[in-house]
Design a protein around this ligand. Structure first.
Ligand SMILES: *Cc1c(COP(=O)(O)O)cnc(C)c1O
Length: 380
């Protein structure tokens, strides 16, 4: 096992103050009592350290601040019905962090250490996992080039850190459809670029377009491919899905990954759950499943507009760890507003979202082994 140093905080937030936060957590604003850190230097990883959440001390010459060598992950810990706490598919995030690290010329973590770091933090901060449906403890692992050096080359020191922030259901009690602006100027990802990595620079590069969309009253940006500006890719931090009616069949589609799209855990989980429902459609039972077919296929912006207009495109939604599933009510394409269906959350969107939340919260059978219970490791 990788060496560990555990020093729990002797000044955790009072129970009263914590509970005030947990009643109405604001995304990314409050943090739990602890954090996990691990430093890479001289070609090797030091011990995994659990300690109090605290500011980092950095040299102004920290390489990541100058050249952007910084990647992150996001996953959630959920309170289960039986009182335990579980991470959702942490192994997928671990593998993705390793792929991002390799793309940005960073070292990868020793086997199992990503999951262990998340578990140590969630175990120490169990009391920070909210219990309302749809609420969770959002876990944010990240890694950056921590060497104090201005040479334009990969850092020779890195810091891996995990922090956690309690979050409410993204939509509160009322699911609403978002408005999405299709970006016509900037591009998010290029073939051979960094779009498939959870790389900090990708997000900064999208902020200007996001600002323009926001100023025009939209919630999110939809990115098209860089080469033709024609193929639908994804949103700033969410993948996109469509529900079509084709010859009386309900077909769920999402664009293929192809190196410019982030391989979302939520995307993959929803594809599996939708496929399970198709496979189970012939079984006797009350629920025939939300869709008849699941298909990974490219969608052009013209097909999206035509489908919305002729009614074959019935629903669309975005998906990612933070929001889980965000129904899309309309797309702004140039000066045209294209409404999807009746502009409100559609039945397939609502059902798939509920199925995923039910698996994550331990309310239905976990057929794929996605729910990883966090054991009690720390003496208290
Ligand atoms: C994180 C992210 C997603 C969603 O991934 P999940 O694993 O489902 O949270 C999608 N697109 C981008 C660009 C992202 O950064």
């Amino acid at each position: 096992m990788h060496p560990e140093r555990i020093s729990p905080s002797d000044q955790p937030l009072s129970r009263q103050a914590r509970e005030a936060i947990l009643q109405a957590p604001v995304f990314g604003e409050s943090f739990s009592d602890h954090m996990v850190t691990m430093r890479w230097a001289n070609g090797e990883w030091g011990p995994l350290e659990l300690g109090p959440f605290a500011p980092l001390e950095l040299s102004p010459a920290t390489l990541a601040l100058h050249y952007g060598q910084s990647i992150f992950e996001a996953l959630k810990a959920y309170a289960l019905l039986d009182g335990s706490v579980a991470l959702f598919r942490p192994g997928r995030n671990a593998a993705r962090m390793a792929a991002s690290a390799t793309r940005i010329a960073m070292p990868t973590l020793p086997d199992g250490v990503f999951e262990r770091a998340c578990e140590l933090l969630v175990d120490a901060d169990r009391a920070w996992v909210p219990t309302q449906e749809g609420a969770a403890l959002y876990v944010r692992p990240f890694m950056f080039g921590a060497e104090a050096h201005l040479s334009v080359r990969p850092a020779q020191e890195y810091l891996f850190v995990v922090i956690a922030s309690p979050v409410a259901s993204y939509f509160g009690a009322h699911l609403r459809a978002i408005s999405v602006a299709v970006e016509s100027l900037d591009v998010r990802a290029t073939p051979g670029g960094t779009g498939a990595a959870k790389f900090a620079g990708n997000y900064a590069a999208g902020f200007a377009a996001h600002g323009r969309a926001g100023a025009a009253g939209h919630d999110q940006v939809l990115w098209l491919d860089a080469a033709e500006h024609r193929w639908v890719e994804e949103l700033n931090a969410m993948n996109v899905m469509f529900v079509w009616h084709r010859d009386g069949r309900r077909v769920l589609t999402t664009p293929p990954l192809g190196g410019t799209i982030l391989d979302g855990v939520t995307r993959d989980s929803l594809l599996h759950l939708a496929e399970d429902a198709v496979a189970g459609a012939g079984d006797p039972g009350p629920s025939p499943g939300p869709v008849d077919e699941v298909c990974v296929e490219a969608t052009s912006i013209d097909a999206l507009v035509a489908g919305a207009q002729d009614g074959t495109l019935r629903e669309s939604f975005a998906c990612g760890t933070a929001a889980v599933v965000a129904p899309i009510g309309s797309f702004q394409v140039g000066d045209r507003t294209v409404q999807v269906g009746d502009g409100t959350p559609g039945p397939v969107t609502v059902e798939l979202r509920q199925r995923l939340l039910d698996v994550q919260g331990g309310r239905v059978e976990d057929r794929h082994g996605w729910v990883r219970r966090v054991d009690r490791h720390l003496a208290r």
